[in-house]
Design a protein around this ligand. Structure first.
Ligand code: NAD
Length: 257
């Protein structure tokens, strides 16, 4: 198949439904010629993930709850069964307890903090560790998804903001560690998009409306924008880009008061 990602194999994590940014990326990568493997969180998502997988002729679709080391290991057994090596790892996974986000940051308890950082940040390290030997020497690309709440205070985003700040730091450190192995690591910082996990944020629709009103470009970015930037960063035109967090948010991140 022709396209910027022809001949590439991409493992895409974090597909919950059609709205998932991971799904938009999987579809775009498929259109660009990549072979796709999908992972989903658990039994509740299996049917939908398997149905979606047909739309991108996925080589495999496998469960992986990233809070469980055994499930990460099992995912990579599946990956290795299908692909002796692969080229692209998409990490599109985040979680914070909804109740913790409803309250104030100062009230967040140790377990909610641990869980948010574990699932949203440590999972990147855990997945890359398993993927490393399969990506090595392939001019490979790891991509994760962040949000501007990592850098500036966004109402109600507090715990996730801390997780995203750590995630963006992890991207820089991983990029430095893995560059000589031919593995690039980047993040896309996306503007707000109505997805399953975004909708959990308090007053998310109000935030979307406000963002749309304030965005320098006069309209919001969407999942297709995220997927297009992801395809660029994982493709042949970005071979010397690593360690960065790249915005696609209609310019929202440049605004002050
Ligand atoms: P989504 O709900 O579709 O995707 C989140 C995914 O994380 C789901 O597939 C869910 O199953 C997965 N996940 C959560 N806990 C997991 C676990 N323990 N094991 C495995 N998977 C687990 O929402 P989305 O908006 O597409 O989120 C994808 C990424 O994009 C997240 O990192 C999110 O923070 C980021 N992001 C989203 C927005 C937005 O406005 N939607 C903006 C910037 C960044």
């Amino acid at each position: 198949m022709s396209g910027a990602l022809a001949g590439k194999r991409a493992l895409v994590t974090g597909v919950a439904n059609e709205r998932s940014l991971a799904w938009q990326i999987a579809e775009r990568f498929f259109r660009e010629g990549a072979e796709i493997g999908l992972s989903y969180q658990g039994a509740r998502q299996e049917r939908r993930a398997r149905r979606l997988a047909q739309g991108v002729a996925a080589a495999f679709v496998a469960p992986c709850d990233v809070s469980q080391d055994a499930e990460i290991a099992a995912l990579f057994e599946t990956v290795e069964r299908h692909w002796p090596q692969f080229d692209i790892l998409i990490h599109a996974i985040a979680f914070a307890d909804a109740a913790a986000l409803q309250g104030k940051l100062i009230a967040v308890e140790r377990e909610a903090f641990r869980q948010a950082l574990d699932i949203s940040v440590y999972s990147l390290l855990a997945l890359v560790r398993q993927a490393q030997s399969l990506l090595r020497g392939r001019r490979a690309s790891v991509l994760t998804l962040s949000y501007h709440g990592a850098r500036k205070v966004v109402p109600d985003y507090h715990l996730m903001g801390i997780a995203k700040a750590a995630l963006e730091a992890a991207v820089r450190y991983l990029a430095a560690e893995l560059g000589r192995e031919g593995i690039r690591v980047n993040a896309v910082s996306a503007g707000p998009v109505k997805t399953l996990s975004a909708a959990v944020l308090p007053r998310f629709q109000d935030k979307l409306d406000l963002a749309a009103a304030r965005a320098p470009l006069g309209e919001l970015s969407d999942g297709a924008d995220v997927a297009a930037l992801a395809a660029f960063l994982c493709g042949p035109d970005a071979l010397h880009m690593t360690g960065g967090t790249h915005y696609v948010d209609s310019g929202l991140h440049v605004l002050g008061a």
